[in-house]
Design a protein around this ligand. Structure first.
Ligand code: PRT
Ligand code: ZN
Length: 289
């Protein structure tokens, strides 16, 4: 039987579930090379001293807290729900969902206050209890392991506190969102010792790679052509990371301008560039590595 190499970093990820594909994709984008497969218990990276351990998401917090593994990737929702002694290192910008309170579309409940004295079905009792306690609203929690969405129809509860991402499960079950408890996404967590002792250097190296993937996600690279006289005007429009790179084109009096633009102001920037007379605007994703 293959055993895990002791001096390597260990990262636990969900074996099979909603976070699995995106996590594997994220790790590969970070330049890590490894085999993966449904029946594997762990994989050794070929080009980084890292073992990827595949487990149920519910076990990851405990494995990280106890030092069985150094790092883990889980939904932030689990961190809110189970207070464990781990350090959150990074938000990974995938696995987005929200813990919400939903009620039947026809319900006469109009506000959160109307839930006073009512039963709420949930798989997130800690988060839900804390939410209502803060508002000083007394509810009775009914803990259910799965298929929360049918609880109101069965008369088990007046509302549910459940995760949602696309909202299609709610719609299918004639439920609507009354309020949101919190937003969540996949996060990288670490064992408290792993970020202090000899493994810190490796953890930092891995974080640098992950941050590279994250910033490539948030920025786009744009290139355009423009006559010399427009350079000043265009420079004002591009709030690039660095000053734009300008190089002459074969066509006399023209230059090629390239820069990096943040995704959230990207479309706005393109519109402004077009207005200022730039032409042949080309948009490229930023490759990591
Ligand atoms: O087998 P294992 O224990 O590892 O997995 P699991 O079944 O406990 O977890 P899994 O795979 O369902 O979820 C893993 C993580 O994915 C969660 O902890 C969240 O961080 C994240 N995530 C993102 C979600 C969702 N989106 C999500 N929509 N987790 C669950 N859901 C469920 C939700 O509970 C509801 O039943 O999906 C349904 C609603 O989805 P929509 O798209 O119809 O709104
Ligand atoms: Zn689980």
């Amino acid at each position: 039987m293959k055993v895990l190499k002791d001096r390597n970093l260990r990262l636990a990820i969900q074996k099979q579930g909603r976070l699995t594909d995106e996590t594997l994709d994220f790790l590969r984008k970070s330049g890590l090379e490894f085999e993966s497969g449904r029946f594997k218990l762990f994989s050794s990276c070929r080009n980084f001293p890292l073992e990827i351990v595949y487990v149920r998401d519910d076990d990851i917090l405990e494995f990280v807290a106890s030092g069985i593994v150094d790092l883990g990737i889980i939904g932030q929702n689990l961190l809110y729900e189970q207070k464990a002694k781990v350090k959150k290192l990074l938000n990974l910008r995938y696995g987005f969902c929200s813990l919400i309170i939903a009620i039947p579309k026809e319900s006469n409940i109009k506000s959160v206050e109307d839930l006073n004295g009512k039963k709420i079905a949930t798989t997130y009792p800690v988060s839900t209890k804390a939410f209502f306690k803060k508002l000083n609203i007394k509810v009775r929690l009914v803990q259910i392991a799965g298929s929360l969405e049918i609880a109101p129809a069965l008369g088990v509860a007046s509302a549910v506190a459940d995760l949602t991402s696309t909202g299609s499960t709610l719609a299918l079950n004639d439920l609507r969102i009354l309020t949101k408890i919190y937003d969540s996404e996949a996060v990288l967590i670490a064992n408290l010792e792993a970020v202090k002792n000899g493994k810190k250097i490796l953890v930092d190296k891995l974080i640098t790679r992950f941050k590279g993937v994250l910033s490539a996600k948030n920025y786009k690279y744009i290139m355009m052509n423009a006559p010399n006289k427009l350079i000043a005007k265009i420079k004002k429009v591009i709030p690039g990371l660095k000053s734009p790179t300008i190089s002459p084109l074969a066509k006399a009096g023209w230059v090629s301008i390239s820069s990096v633009v943040k995704e959230d102001i990207f479309w706005e920037t393109i519109e402004k560039l077009k207005k200022s007379g730039a032409s042949g605007i080309l948009v490229l994703p930023i490759e990591n590595g």
